[in-house]
Design a protein around this ligand. Structure first.
Ligand SMILES: Nc1ncnc2c1ncn2[C@@H]1O[C@H](COP(=O)(O)OP(=O)(O)OP(=O)(O)O)[C@@H](O)[C@H]1O
Length: 599
């Protein structure tokens, strides 16, 4: 069931009807970055075929209480009713996968979009798509949440493109849809997916992100970009200073990874953005589940507007499922003393590299300096790897990202800048060399693997003995990890043995010191430092992992922090929690029947 013809109208009237199109007017690609790199990654992750045919009734909704609480908080009466009906209508189309039995051909969408979807090899909708697209197409404000890798991008892009199509937007009408993404790479990737979906449409598309030439972007914006993907800071810059930016007819504002937008301290920018954009637009928020932040964000977005809050439709796909990570993900941790961490990482990557079939690995660190240093060191030792972090020039960041995206095998060292939303095909392993900030960060990092329908992957968390308490916090978020122990025979005994293996003699430079310093800083300013035994860190051992025989002097300026910790130590003295390598989740209550598998 496709709607054909360029100007069929929405079931509900548009909020800001646009002027009729001028004949012959169109800019087919208003992409704002001269660097053609983003094109290379186009469609990489979209060729998933083999949609399951097996039909299986979905489990009845569980845990309604939890969702009810969320709904009450932001007054989503309408959403509650519609969700119930939707859940009953949408049945799973494949066991263990993310697809439903609903097909794209059942959607009331234009033939242009339908043709593009077919060419992208999508036939069935995922659950979040099946449940949110109908509401979005009716023009409702929607708050959508579903696990990582479950197809949220298409869920908001398809209705947005249909909206522009039905309203017959032309460049002259300016911007009709804005998609806000928290990171530059995610913005580029979202733009690429939208571009592929809009291949047969006449509407224009572009993106604006920090770190690129603002004047080139402004020139494109002035020509008219109907669907604009943007990072918040750069969007605000254009709203403030690009005089020909025509956004008064904006129909829809979409915010992807909404919780992250608040975390990254974009609140002020977002407030300014909301103030400038027409208030009668449709507003759409998408995020991973398990996050109170999204509810906060809905409150923040709609403020005092009770009417809007009441009408907001909440589509929470995985709220009733206990596990916040996907089925195809195998997850474990290993306890490694600091002086051995690099050696274990080296041994792990070396073994993976020797595998015949290509293996794709992402390794997360807590700071840019650490990524830089470890990339330098691993490349020196003959383990080729890419690196992405916030201190790289945007052009390098973008080109590295797309190179890794295309690789069949390879290693990417990164900070959390690569943790959210990025859809990198076929990542086999996520290694967390430094711990995540909190369970939510953990979920997003491991969400870079096992993506899409029946995706599979593994995640390995490196923990120092001082960091074991983190497992309790993960457990509280229903994330239970298996313990793995590295066989010592594969791990070089010491750094000097490693040097002998590669026959090299590398010199210590400023980057080692920088990395060591930022490691200590990250450790001390970690948002969950309260749960780490920071004061027990043995600096000599930590320094050894950065190739120093003796800890170098670094100025951390942590006087107050240190005394706070000493005080905390007094309060939290002894081993009340009972955590140790043999009992990583701490003392158990009698009723606790958790199983911890060990090897
Ligand atoms: N209907 C579909 N059928 C098959 N595959 C799909 C479908 N929709 C999306 N996918 C695939 O699933 C993968 C994940 O999609 P997407 O990036 O939209 O997930 P997400 O929910 O936004 O994840 P995150 O929360 O990490 O941002 C992509 O590779 C995409 O091509």
């Amino acid at each position: 069931m496709y709607l054909s013809g360029p100007c069929s109208h929405l079931a509900q009237p548009l909020k800001n009807p646009v002027a009729p199109p001028e004949s012959g007017e169109s800019i087919h690609d208003a992409t704002c970055d001269g660097d053609g790199d983003e094109e290379k990654g186009k469609g990489e992750g979209n060729g998933r075929e083999g949609m399951g045919k097996e039909k299986k009734k979905d489990e009845k909704e569980k845990g309604k209480g939890k969702r009810k609480r969320k709904e009450d908080e932001i007054g989503m009466e309408q959403g509650k009713n519609e969700n119930k009906e939707e859940e009953e209508k949408v049945n799973k189309g494949n066991a263990g996968g993310i697809l439903t039995n609903k097909t794209f051909s059942e959607l009331y969408i234009s033939e242009f979009t339908a043709k593009a979807i077919t060419e992208m090899n999508y036939t069935h909708l995922t659950e979040i798509q099946a449940r949110s697209i109908p509401h979005l197409m009716l023009g409702s404000d929607v708050l959508g949440s579903a696990k990582t890798g479950s197809g949220k991008t298409l869920a908001f892009l398809i209705p947005a493109i249909e909206l522009l199509h039905k309203a017959c937007f032309t460049p002259r009408n300016g911007t009709g849809v804005i998609v806000v993404c928290p990171t530059r790479e995610l913005a580029i990737q979202t733009h690429n997916v939208a571009k592929e979906l809009m291949k047969y449409h006449s509407q224009t598309i572009g993106y604006v992100i920090g770190g690129t030439n603002i004047r080139n972007e402004a020139n494109q914006i002035v020509k008219g970009i109907n669907l604009l993907v943007a990072t918040p800071g750069r969007l605000l810059d254009h709203l403030r200073s690009t005089s020909g930016f025509h956004y008064k007819r904006l129909q829809c504002l979409i915010i992807d990874e909404a919780d992250r937008i608040l975390e990254q301290n974009f609140e002020e920018d977002m407030k300014q953005i909301f103030k400038r954009l027409p208030s009668d637009r449709q507003t759409v928020l998408f995020s991973a589940p398990q996050t109170q932040k999204v509810v906060d964000f809905a409150n923040f977005t709609f403020g005092q507007n009770e009417e809007r809050q009441r009408k907001l439709v909440y589509v929470g796909v995985d709220d009733s499922k206990l596990k916040p990570t996907v089925e195809g993900l195998q997850q474990g941790y290993c306890v490694i003393p600091s002086e051995k961490r690099f050696l274990v990482l080296y041994a792990f990557l070396r073994r993976m590299q020797l595998r015949e079939q290509g293996v794709k690995i992402m390794v997360f660190f807590s700071s840019c300096s650490s990524v830089k240093f470890h990339a330098e060191l691993l490349n020196f030792f003959g383990i080729e790897c890419y690196d992405i972090h916030g201190q790289l020039k945007q052009q390098k960041r973008t080109s590295t990202f797309f190179r890794f995206l295309k690789e069949k095998r390879g290693i990417l060292l990164c900070t959390n800048v690569a943790a959210r939303g990025l859809d990198i095909p076929d990542v086999d392993y996520i290694v967390q060399y430094d711990p995540p900030d909190d369970p939510k960060d953990y979920i997003h990092r491991v969400g870079r693997t096992a993506r899409g329908d029946e995706g599979k992957g593994s995640a390995l968390l490196f923990l120092l003995p001082e960091e074991l308490k983190l497992l309790i916090y993960l457990q509280a978020a229903n994330i239970s990890l298996t313990q793995y122990v590295f066989s010592e025979k594969h791990v070089p005994k010491s750094q000097s043995q490693l040097e002998n293996i590669v026959g090299g003699n590398y010199f210590l430079n400023q980057s080692a010191k920088e990395a060591y310093r930022s490691y200590l800083l990250a450790y001390n300013s970690h948002s969950m430092k309260d749960i780490f035994d920071v004061h027990q860190l043995d600096l000599t051992k930590v320094a050894a992992s950065f190739c120093f025989k003796n800890p170098p002097k670094v100025n951390l300026d942590l006087e107050s922090g240190a005394s706070k910790h000493r005080k905390m130590r007094k309060v939290d003295s002894g081993k009340k929690h009972g955590i140790g390598p043999s009992n990583p989740y701490g003392r158990r209550a009698r009723s606790d029947s958790r199983q911890v598998a060990r090897f």
